[in-house]
Design a binder for this molecule. Structure first.
Ligand code: NAD
Length: 324
């Protein structure tokens, strides 16, 4: 048995599960393992320091899997603005067929992606942004609840309300993101009106995830209480692990500090050291409240099969049983 949805059919993926873009984590090893498992793996474009490096990373991923994978292109404030147009050109030239856009309006990127037969899955954190993206002609929506890692937006609406509220308005395939880590989440997302799930934190804590073992162990040990919301006063809210650095950032901004006062503390270059060295206080690192649901470090293939088979069991046994 398998779970077939509007998303699996439109995007040509076996299982309704996507590995969301993750800065420093979405590299070839992880994307290839996820796609090999029948879900959709994504390489995170901006993790590669230059567009040329992205082209090489895509080639490396092709050496690791024959299955289709996509690329995430996140457009948010950055300390040094990346050459988005050049990254976009590399994605097209490499023959990628699925792109996850996130962070801001995908309009400037759509014509070129669509002209080249690329399907665009747009990740956003509010119903109004999802409706706008649908009207612009994106091919799918990834609706991202307040539980998520990364940038949850400023509305603070958790998935339990956000997903069905979006489902009322969205007719194209829609996957649910934020707080998903297991089969219960997948079945809940389907029940709430989504066509699949996006998982970041859960895939980050797998054997193939290219980050230090100590970070994976910290995720297993951590709970749903162990995240901080940084950048709130700057209206660029980010959910990260609670550590000495993120708590300091919250304090500085709460006392009226500006981005310049925290730029060194939050820079992505510094955060990358956490994943490289396993020093959990080296910088900020990104994780969602789903940390409270993650208790092991499985191989990606094992994780995807477990989620799909447990979801089938929940639907055909537990829920069917409740109907008696
Ligand atoms: P970076 O080093 O340029 O910036 C670090 C953080 O500061 C980022 O979260 C960025 O959005 C924020 N920032 C930068 N300038 C800002 C400003 N003027 N005002 C408010 N906030 C500001 O970025 P990076 O860590 O190298 O990441 C590259 C890109 O990937 C950024 O767009 C970042 O937001 C994004 N990102 C996304 C996620 C996620 O959603 N999962 C996680 C990490 C980074």
């Amino acid at each position: 048995m398998s779970i077939t949805t509007k998303f699996t059919e439109a995007f040509g993926v076996e299982h309704p599960i996507v590995q969301g873009g993750m800065q420093w984590v979405g590299r070839a090893e992880l994307a290839a393992a996820v796609s090999d498992a029948g879900a959709l793996g994504l390489i995170t474009a901006l993790t590669q320091p230059t567009p040329k490096d992205l082209a090489e990373e895509i080639a490396r991923c092709r050496d690791l899997t024959d299955k289709p994978f996509g690329v995430n292109l996140t457009i948010l404030p950055t300390i040094n603005p990346p050459p988005y147009d050049e990254y976009r050109q590399v994605i097209v030239d490499a023959g990628i067929k699925i792109v996850e856009t996130a962070g801001s309006n995908p309009a400037p990127h759509l014509p070129m992606f669509h002209d080249n037969g690329i399907k665009v899955l747009h990740k956003c954190t509010s119903v109004r942004h999802a409706v706008k993206a649908q009207s612009l002609g994106v091919d799918g929506i990834s609706i991202d609840g307040f539980e998520c890692a990364g940038h949850p937006g400023e509305d603070d609406i958790p998935g339990l309300v956000l997903i069905p509220a979006a489902a009322k308005e969205i007719e194209i395939p829609m996957i649910a993101s934020g707080g998903f880590a297991d089969a219960r989440g997948l079945v809940a997302a389907l029940a709430l009106g989504a066509d699949g799930i996006n998982m970041g934190s859960r895939f980050m804590c797998t054997q193939e995830s290219p980050i230090h073992q100590k970070v994976k162990e910290a995720i297993v040990a951590g709970s749903e209480l162990d995240t901080e919301l940084i950048f709130r006063p700057l209206r660029n809210t980010g959910r990260v692990a609670s550590n000495a650095v993120s708590r300091k950032v919250v304090d500085i901004l709460d006392e009226g500090g500006q981005f310049g006062d925290i730029a060194d503390l939050v820079s992505g270059k510094r955060g990358a050291k956490v994943y490289e060295t396993g020093d959990l206080d080296a910088g900020i690192w990104w994780i969602g409240t789903a940390m409270g649901l993650i208790d092991d470090i499985p191989a990606v293939g094992e994780l995807v099969s477990r989620i799909v088979s447990d979801a089938e069991e929940i639907i055909t046994a537990r829920l069917a049983e409740a109907l008696r």
